[in-house]
Design a protein around this ligand. Structure first.
Ligand SMILES: C[S@@+](CC[C@H](N)C(=O)[O-])C[C@H]1O[C@@H](n2cnc3c(N)ncnc32)[C@H](O)[C@@H]1O
Length: 281
């Protein structure tokens, strides 16, 4: 960020509301975050995931694909961040997502991947896969047991007998995760150029977490530098705890082959930031 932008951003953030309560009464919708053009720019410039971690993430998935072979299916592929990287390595990849605006961007970026608009709770593709991947917390979109089990049933139907199903979900049981999930203050999320050339967008976020429902609500606040108007979008996610996820996989017919705690494939242990679960039928 250049100095001028840094100063402007700091000023804008200072003026932003600092808690969820103070934001009540603002417009809430979910249009910007899952607009593929915004989504790519938000995450290219995101503050919460350092570039080194992004590289490790891709390497992790590439390694899984090399071990299992193709075809590979990515659930909730978005604009193709991961699917495209795997296809560029010569792997046959299919990506499914329910948001048309995300797939529009994905299709612009690559014709190597087979892009399908579908719901991960009820997809039906005439093909079986050697590897099905569920990257970076997308499992959080399955907010009920019914939704999760419908998705698992579809995965089972589309997995080759010796195929693997790999999930990446945050471990909500660490001190750090709990602090982040419960942080109601306004924190910087991303600063990016508006895709329609309207200026620089500053995105901040605040979180709240309901431990009994395991529901995580994240509010994203979008503001063009120099303008008063602010758009608020609220995302609602269902988090999965380690023993719960292991049990759900087991009782839905999967065997956990390995569970890692990071993209570097460290064993899953107390304090691990992630749950990377490799399972088979
Ligand atoms: C966090 S994005 C992840 C995108 C991509 N995997 C990545 O790593 O950049 C989550 C995606 O899940 C998609 N999604 C949410 N619920 C879905 C559902 N029921 N079926 C298919 N896609 C869904 C959203 O449209 C969004 O593109």
């Amino acid at each position: 960020m250049n100095r001028e932008l840094e100063t402007q951003t700091a000023l804008t953030i200072e003026k932003l509301p600092i808690s969820l309560e103070e934001n009540s009464g603002k417009t809430v919708n979910t249009v910007i975050h899952y607009d593929g053009r915004h989504y790519d720019l938000i995450y290219e410039n995101v503050y919460i995931m350092p570039p080194e971690l992004k590289k490790q993430e891709i390497l992790f998935w590439y390694d899984q694909a090399i071990q299992c072979g193709d075809p590979v299916l990515e659930l909730c592929c978005g604009t193709g961040r991961i699917a495209i990287k795997l296809a560029e390595k010569g792997l046959q990849v299919t990506g499914i997502d329910s948001a048309q605006s995300m797939l529009v961007e994905a299709r612009k970026k690559s014709t190597q991947v087979e892009w399908l608009e579908a719901d991960v709770r009820k997809f039906n593709i005439d093909k079986k896969f050697s590897l099905i991947i569920f990257p970076i917390n997308s499992i959080w979109h399955l907010s009920s047991l019914e939704a999760l089990e419908s998705c698992f049933a579809c995965v089972k139907k589309h997995l080759k007998p010796d195929g693997k199903f790999v999930i990446d979900a945050l471990n909500p049981c660490t001190q750090e995760s709990i602090e982040i999930l419960c942080d109601r203050r306004s924190n910087l999320y991303s600063v990016y150029p508006d895709p329609d050339g309207k200026g620089t967008v500053v995105v901040t976020y605040s979180n709240e977490f309901d431990f009994t429902q395991q529901i995580y609500k994240q509010k994203l606040f979008f503001k063009l530098i120099g303008q008063e108007k602010e758009t608020v979008e609220e995302m609602t996610y269902r988090l999965y705890f380690p023993q719960e996820l292991d049990a759900l996989l087991k009782y839905n017919g999967f065997t956990i082959e390995s569970k890692f705690g990071s993209y570097a494939r460290t064993p899953f242990a107390s304090g691990s930031p992630q749950q990377l679960i490799v399972c088979r039928l």
